[in-house]
Design a protein around this ligand. Structure first.
Ligand SMILES: NC(=O)c1ccc[n+]([C@@H]2O[C@H](COP(=O)([O-])OP(=O)(O)OC[C@H]3O[C@@H](n4cnc5c(N)ncnc54)[C@H](O)[C@@H]3O)[C@@H](O)[C@H]2O)c1
Length: 284
């Protein structure tokens, strides 16, 4: 294991580690792939979008890092098994796995209007692949008594999400899978943690396009740290959980939300003289 001094001063938190990032072509996954490579990892970018995977890998290699794209739909068990064989044949090991793929898919309205096919789609894009990809790589980690898995859940797995209880249920399941697997494999040298992002501009939540300039000026009211998140905000916490800096941390989910979880229903407000906060926003 690297010494803490080395970790802090050399900036190479993942030197010589092989790191798989699912959904590494865009958004949080791409930022994670970039940051991992800057910290010395050999990054494998698994993405269903060939163009995104290639572009992110090219950006990394152009700037001196190590990255290879691999085209796979992580919802497909055969593709996942083939992917794992490819990684292990090529690199001989895997040190870090980031299960980053996930999507809200649609805003279904009322739960009573949803159907089993929609539930199944949400299950496959948010939870099933976490099982598939983890099962595919975990034996190699256990075999070397070394590995770090980081699952990307959501703030919606930590709080009530009225827009889609089914999505929230699967994201909460990622957190419970993280916790339980961490206990199971803790003695095998494998750590398992998660993050719970909120309000981070990416391909699937393009706030800059969704919000008018007036609305964007409201970020300080909505988020305690005063701004929306960017993918790098998530990537840095994923790096922490993937590296030896968190060697004594397992089974946890870090809310990466700019403080929205801590705030609960509290918002900054300028509507009441002498009172900076309200839990009763007049025009939410
Ligand atoms: N952005 C946020 O504010 C936010 C909030 C909560 C949770 N999350 C979670 O963060 C994770 C990353 O989301 P993002 O916002 O960066 O998304 P994104 O849409 O920007 O990126 C997702 C990436 O995954 C790839 N992908 C999609 N389906 C795939 C599949 N079946 N197989 C392989 N690759 C696939 C896409 O091509 C894309 O490159 C997700 O699990 C999401 O639920 C994000």
């Amino acid at each position: 294991m690297l010494s803490m001094e080395h970790l802090i001063h050399d900036g190479a938190l993942l030197a010589d580690r092989v790191a798989v990032v699912t959904g590494g072509g865009g958004g949080i996954g791409a930022a994670t792939a970039h940051l991992f490579a800057r910290h010395g990892a050999q990054v494998v970018i698994a993405d269903v979008d060939a163009g995104l995977a290639q572009r992110t890998a090219d950006e990394i290699t152009t700037s001196g890092g190590s990255a290879v794209p691999y085209i796979a739909d992580v919802r497909d068990a055969d593709q996942v098994d083939e992917f794992a064989r490819w990684v292990l044949d090529r690199f001989g090991r895997v040190d870090v796995l980031v299960n980053n793929v996930g999507h809200w898919l649609h805003h279904p309205g009322s739960f009573v209007d949803t159907d089993p096919q929609q539930w199944d789609e949400l299950y496959r894009i948010n939870l099933h692949h976490v099982f598939l990809v983890t099962r595919a790589f975990l034996p190699a980690m256990i075999g070397r008594h070394r590995g770090a898995i980081v699952n990307v859940s959501s703030v919606e797995g930590l709080r009530g999400y009225p827009e889609d209880p089914v999505y929230a249920a699967f994201k909460a399941a990622v957190i419970q899978f993280t916790r339980s697997l961490a206990v199971q494999v803790g003695g095998d040298g494998v750590r398992v943690n998660a993050i719970g992002p909120d309000v981070t501009e990416t391909l699937q939540v393009p706030y800059s396009q969704w919000l008018s300039p007036d609305e964007q000026a409201q970020w300080p009211q909505w988020v305690p740290v005063g701004r929306m998140g960017v993918p790098e905000d998530q990537a840095s916490v994923i790096l922490f959980l993937a590296s030896d800096l968190s060697a004594f941390v397992t089974g946890h989910t870090i809310p990466t939300d700019g403080g929205t979880g801590a705030a609960g229903g509290w918002f900054r407000s300028s509507r009441r003289a002498g009172r900076e906060w309200t839990n009763r926003p007049i025009a939410p």
